[in-house]
Ligand binder design. Structure first.
Ligand code: ATP
Ligand code: MG
Length: 336
């Protein structure tokens, strides 16, 4: 067995944000698998209460407790690590908080029945975010079970979308401003210290479409303004790039002859009816047009001045096999 290579990255908390629907949950899961190689242990957290991680890994809905959900990626000659998952909801976080700070162990459980759950759902968004980020912070710390001291090698957070991320991660700095002394102030300071340190990297997922890339640029500006560390941009759902500029130009301008296509189909032993040929030409045209738009957005991403990593569009969609495939891509492009 080869030992794990020295991990030179100081990053312990990877926050994955991005425009809605671009692939935050998918990328967070693939990143967790990729980081969990060489026997490393990784925690994948979700805070949006939608059980997207459980669906993705095809397991029962996750509780408010760390649960092993997968083996990590097996590197060449290396052994896989493990991925645990944690579903953080504000109700459970509030109960835990009350139990911790006011020793309401049993009373806390009774409160549950008498409506803490409803109470938590009426919390101001800021208070809710303090609870959620506080739990993420706790998950990055070392924990003791008897003599056993354990720390995750990395924590990956499937985070709120770009529009809310700076406020979500920055909520404890507002709190620190409100409470000048005491345990709440101390905790808020520690959380902000982690989030603003080189131990945290905030990654933005995008697709090569104008609106998503614009939102990414705005997100990076907001994070920087808030003093939060940007890791890089994950460009997801990238179309295959096996056609050259001349072929693409011909496809766009419609100068490819139907007769040539029919002849090629015949050589390959395929049917050559007019409808099929016309359909193929139309598809080729669409592909070439989209490729041109993507290439333009790729240049915009490159000019953002942060590292970027591309992930392919998997034509069959994302199943567990697809997740490992994306994890291997993230390793190959050097993100993990
Ligand atoms: N590389 C990919 N190839 C193919 N399909 C993908 C890829 N990445 C994500 N998808 C699909 O795109 C959809 C959105 O992905 P996902 O749920 O990860 O996005 P999200 O940003 O977490 O969305 P939301 O904002 O709703 O939380 C899903 O159906 C997912 O399977
Ligand atoms: Mg999601």
């Amino acid at each position: 067995m080869t030992p794990a290579p020295a991990d030179r990255s100081p990053v312990r908390l990877h926050v994955v944000t991005g425009k809605g629907g671009t692939g935050k949950t998918t990328v967070a899961a693939a990143l967790a698998l990729a980081l969990a190689s060489h026997g490393r242990s990784v925690l994948l957290c979700e805070v949006e209460g939608r059980q997207g991680v459980a669906r993705l890994f095809d397991v029962d809905p996750l509780p408010y407790a760390e649960r092993r959900i997968a083996s990590g990626l097996t590197g060449p000659g290396g052994r896989a690590g493990t991925v645990h998952a944690l579903h953080i909801d504000p109700e459970s976080a509030l109960l835990e908080y009350l139990a911790m700070y006011y020793r309401l162990g049993r009373a806390g459980r009774a409160l549950d029945r008498f409506g803490v759950v409803e109470f938590a759902t009426t919390l101001a968004p800021g208070v809710r975010d303090v609870l959620l980020t506080g739990k993420v912070y706790e998950a990055t710390k070392e924990r003791r079970r008897g003599k056993d001291v354990r720390t995750y090698d990395a924590v990956v957070l499937d985070a709120p979308p770009t529009g809310r991320i700076a406020q979500f991660l920055g909520v404890n700095s507002e709190l620190a401003g409100l409470a000048r002394v005491g345990p709440i102030r101390a905790q808020a300071d520690l959380v902000m210290k982690l989030f603003r340190s080189p131990r945290t990297a905030i990654h933005l997922v995008t697709v090569l479409e104008e609106m998503a890339v614009q939102e990414t640029a705005d997100g990076i500006a907001q994070l920087r303004e808030a003093g939060l560390p940007v890791g890089g941009v994950v460009v997801n759902r990238v179309r295959p790039q096996d056609l050259g500029p001349e072929q693409l130009a011909a496809m766009r301008s419609g100068t490819i002859s139907a007769a040539d296509v029919a002849a090629d189909l015949e050589t390959a032993g395929l049917p050559t009816d007019d409808q099929l040929v016309a359909g193929l030409l139309a598809e080729a045209h669409d592909h070439a047009v989209r490729r041109e738009l993507e290439d333009r957005q790729r240049q915009v991403v490159a000019a953002l001045g942060v590292p970027s990593w591309e992930l392919p569009l998997l034509p069959a969609g994302i199943d567990l096999g697809g997740l490992y495939e994306l994890a291997a891509c993230l390793k190959e492009v050097g993100m993990a």
